[in-house]
Structures are given as C-alpha cells and as structure tokens.
Design a protein around this ligand. Sequence first.
Ligand code: DUC
Ligand code: ZN
Length: 458
Amino acid sequence: MRTLFKGGTVVSGKGVRRADLLVEGEKVSALARTLKEPADRVVDVTGCILFPGFIDAHTHFDLEVAGTVTADDFASGSRAALRGGTTTVLDFACPNKGESLASGLNRWRKKASDRTFCDYGFHMTIDDWNENIRRELPEMFAQGISSFKMYMTYPAMLLEDRDLYWALKELKALGGVCGVHCENAGVIDGMIAEKKAAGALSPASHPQTRPPYLEAEAVGRLLRIAQAAEAPVIIVHLTNRDALEEVRLARKRGQTVYVETCPQYLTLDESLYYQDIFSEAARYICAPPLRDRKEQDALWKGLRRGDIQTISTDHCSFTLEQKAMGLEDFTKIPGGLPGVETRGELIWSCGVARRKLSVAQMCRLLCENPAKLYGLFPRKGTLQPGSDADIVVYDPSGGHIIQAEDCISAAGYSPYEGFATDGGIQQVWLRGRLAVESGNVLVSSPEGKYMARGKCML
Ligand code: DUC
Ligand code: ZN
C-alpha cells in the first residue's frame, strides 16, 4: 500500500518545510517538495502540520500504587495515547524489592503484549542494588532495555546514596542511561509526620510537605553522585527553577545531564490543592506536586533555551473514586495524573500557539529528543525515508474544548477540563495505518509492537 500525503508542512527538529510525503507499507519512502509517484491513496493535508508520531517516554500503565492499581492498563492507556498523537510509549517495568529484574520484566511483558495499541518499550526500575541485580543488567540490554529508573523517594523504591552511586557507575560502564525521581525522602517524611500530628490532613498539606527546594536538594545531590560516578543522568519530571539551576551548575562542571518536564508542571499550578472541595483538590495530587506559577515561567524558559530536552507525561491515572480513598488523609490519595491523551494539543496550544516554542522545538521535545535519548532514532522521532510512518497530522485552525466525556482514558476525568485548544490533532498514523481520525480511534485490535532499543544518541 502506497499512501501519498500532499500539500502539508513536514516538521523535523531542525525546522519546517512544505513537502509531500510518500509512505510504502509501514515506512516513509520519500519526502520532496512535490511527489508525483503513483499511490493507492492520496491524503490531502493542505494547511496541516505533519509531526513524527509523538513519543511519551514516561507512562505508568497497570501499576500498583498505594494499595490500588492505575485506572489505565496497557489497552486503555495506549488507546488514549494514540488518540493524543502518541505512537510510542515507554513504560516503567517495576520489579518488587527482592524480585529479579528478569521476573519484573516478564510481568510487564505479560501486561503489555497483545494488549497495546501503540508501539511500546520499557525502562527498567532499579529499586534494590545487589550483586544479583548487577549481574542481570547485561541481559536487560540484550532484551532491548537501555534506560533505567531509580528513586530518591518512596520507601518501597528508594535507593540510598551509596547504591545510587554504584548503580550509576555500572550503568555508565554498560552504556545505559538512568532517569531519577529526585525528592528528599527523609525531610518529606518528617514534614508529613508533623502534618499528621497537627491533624492537617487535607490535600493542601501535599504541596507543603513536598516543597520545590526539597526537589532541588535531591537534584543537586544526585548530580554530585553522578559526578562521582562519572555517569550521565536524566532528571525526570523536573518542576522548578532551583532544580534547573542545579542542572546548569552540573553542566558547567562538564557533566552530561538530560531533563524531562511534564505538561502539568507547565500549565497547572498549586492553587488547585487549596480548593475547599477536597475531592476537587485530590484530582491533582501527584509527586512532585504542581508548583507556583513563577516556576512555570522558568520551565518554559528552560524549554526555549534547550535546557530541558523532553516533555513526557508521567501518565499515572486514577478514577475519582480511587482519588477519594484519601479524602480524610492526603497521604492515602494515589498520586498521579492522566495526561497521555492531551499532551500534544496542550503543548501546541500553550507553547507553539502562544509563541513560547517553535514548531521545531516542539518536535525536538516530543519526538526527536526522546527518540535519540532512548535509542529509538531514526526509526522513530523523525519523518525521513526508512523511518516508521508514524505521523501526527495537526490542523492549527479551529480548536476544541477538552472534556473528560470525550476522552477515552479510564481515569474518567481530565485535569485539563474546559481548556480551549488551538487547533487539534486531525489524524494519527501508526506505521502506515490510519489509527485515529477526528478524535475517533479506528484501530480495533492491539497492534502495538515491542521496541527493542539501542543506546542513547543524544
Ligand atoms: N509520581 C506520581 O505522582 N505518580 C507516579 C509516580 C510518580 O513519581
Ligand atoms: Zn513516573
């Protein structure tokens, strides 16, 4: 099957060009100002922007959190991803403490295989450090896993500094990269205990016990540990200016540091936790928490200057019933927001349409950089001959209102309810097949492929 996209504007990380694009089977086969090749079907994309399929390098589908399981599993989460223009997700395989990496990976493969509608891969979570885990790492690379995740918070997952150091050193030797959740666990625990003793159990206590400086402290400490290990590192879901300043200092010292932020930190703010109706406030509980508006300005500036390399979602969805588990005690509210379905339109609307980002910058942040960072480039993240024909057709004219009733994530609510988009996603193509049109998911069976990934090329 040959499909010719005529009259569109094709985006890469370098810029935009008016070009026709030919797809043969699952791959892009040609790109030129005008193509006259015969085709089985011609898609008129005049006036539209063609992005490579978006990559969301931070999702949590089918994950147990706080005694419950995320609303979205791989089936519902990946359908929502596709609807939002995301054709590849990277989820986190999470072995339990004491479990081998191999058995954690097997569990995640079972959760995902034959259930996933977009292409997918896994990062491997390292929540324990010992000789057995060290020995298992080469097998992870053999299985196509070249990126890892460690936590400096959450008692069930966190690693102490010595283990962070050893793990980073080992990953560096093997050519891997590691994302780290940076928050100071000890002080947060102390502050939570104080709130509990004072009976201050409402959602308002959540941001107060996880202030931005405790994130910045952990970022600074991690970067000194990475300096000792001489290892590159990724700061995931960075939320604030002080944390970004720690990154700048480390880069000045010559360290390799990559930064991810998320749409919620760019568009929502902490006033949402101070609403009188606790069930409303609970919708926004995530860690790190939403921040003050001035932090958003620092993040947008960081994106423009290239200090931040990727925007992923940390999609970790719970229904309002699940969020209500903690209405009497904010520490029992399962943390995480749905976001995989709305990221592209939010970043276009708040970034490109408001001239905070160029179209090429958006392409770098959602497509090219994650593909390079996580070893998927040039199969993913770009539209050039030989790449997978994952295409987002974005129509910048018009717009719509984001409403949960239109969304297909199993969360059943959207943190962006009522947001008016600039333009919208008109079509999504997954490896040469039309998967979404005008908000309707057309694919009826889960045809997502597991992506074995190579090493970081960013
Ligand atoms: N933060 C969340 O809010 N949820 C999932 C994991 C995380 O780090
Ligand atoms: Zn996460």
